[in-house]
Write a protein that binds this ligand. Structure first.
Ligand code: GDP
Length: 339
């Protein structure tokens, strides 16, 4: 199927029914719609998401991050296969802001998850490439809702530790898992404090063979580091595990910790609270994007912006004055159109 050209005409109610029935080509078609930049498709995507609202939101949403080479795809392949073997249907999605520059994502690549790629209970979708991190995340978020409506029980959202992407993914999932290498001390120096602050679970990967001892040493150092950080939740201290994605070691322990997290958060009400907050934050972020694009399309703004930006760049006009001037001309045109 072409990435930006869902075939019209499309009966959205029929498409929604097929998605709920678990029809894979209907799901693929809906994802294509959600990823399309065409304004008409956008409206259709919004309508489709509204139709499916009652059927989405039931999955367990897990974010997974780690530096390139830590073993994300290897671990997702083994862990995901354990889950499908236990009867779950899982979807693997990706948020890769670099895909917008390199024109192709390495995350969520089927060739890197060879077991899951052939598993009928798994669905793998690479990162959309739609400009900004916000744009990529928006589409992944909507794809997650579609997958939930299609009956997937667990959604794994993969991302890399580039810029804001980890924080962005942490804000769209129920649980955020951070994979680390067994590098111990020096490794600890280099890690970003920010990622530990949003981690619900930490797993040191490659804890096999000679890596095992180093992984256990690293684990105790991370535990010590976590002790001095303010916890993300008052009800949960992030456990630090040692695993081997390659050899499928202690991935059952990882799953038990995930279930314990879910149980604890649901019992304390924090689960629902997080989701509600995420929804509202999501609405504001979409509103901000909508306003900015409406603003930039405004003729008065377009007439003024290039020269004004140039003047700000060269220090001839203060940024604050330029922002006020742009806002004024924007509202002037809105007022004129209203009359
Ligand atoms: P990603 O870039 O984070 O997705 O990492 P990959 O899953 O592609 O793994 C990078 C390399 O590390 C590959 O050569 C894997 O075979 C290897 N690797 C991944 N997980 C493990 C593990 O648990 N143990 C060992 N020894 N190697 C691993």
């Amino acid at each position: 199927m072409k990435a930006t050209n869902p075939k019209p005409p499309m009966d959205l109610k029929e498409l929604a029914t097929l998605i709920i029935e678990g029809n894979r080509s209907a799901l693929a078609r809906a994802i294509t719609l959600v990823e399309s930049k065409n304004p008409h498709h956008r409206k259709q995507a919004e309508e489709l998401l509204s139709l499916l609202m009652g059927n989405s939101g039931k999955a367990l949403r897990i974010g997974i991050t780690g530096v390139p080479g830590v073993g994300k795809s290897t671990t997702i392949d083994s862990f995901g296969s354990n889950l499908t073997a236990a009867g779950y249907k899982i979807a693997v999605l990706a948020v890769d802001p670099s895909s917008t520059r390199k024109g192709g994502s390495i995350l969520g690549d089927k060739t890197r998850m060879s077991q899951l790629a052939h598993d009928k209970n798994a669905y793998i979708r690479p990162s959309p490439s739609s400009g900004t991190l916000g744009g990529v995340a928006a589409k992944t978020r909507e794809t997650m809702l579609l997958c939930e409506a299609a009956g997937f029980d667990i959604i794994l959202v993969e991302t890399v530790g580039i810029g804001q992407s980890e924080i962005t993914v942490a804000q769209m999932v129920d649980l955020f898992l951070v994979l680390m290498l067994p590098g111990a001390g020096d490794e600890l120096q280099g890690i970003k404090k920010g990622v530990l602050e949003v981690a619900d679970l930490i797993a040191i990967n490659k804890a096999d063979g000679e890596g095992d001892v180093r992984a256990r040493k690293a684990a105790s150092e991370y535990r010590a580091a976590l002790n001095i950080l303010a916890p993300r939740s008052k009800n949960w201290s992030p456990p630090v595990l040692t695993i081997s994605g390659l050899n499928n070691l202690r991935l059952n322990e990882l799953w038990s910790e995930i279930l314990r997290f879910q149980e604890t958060m649901k019992a304390t009400g924090e689960w629902d609270q997080r989701r509600s907050e995420q929804q509202v934050a999501w609405m504001w972020s979409l509103l901000q994007d909508n306003l900015i694009s409406t603003f930039k399309e405004n003729q008065n703004v377009r007439d003024l912006l290039p020269n004004l930006e140039e003047s700000v760049r060269h220090g001839h006009v203060p940024a604050s004055a330029a922002a006020s001037q742009l806002t004024d001309v924007f509202f002037r045109q809105i007022a004129n159109t209203a009359i």
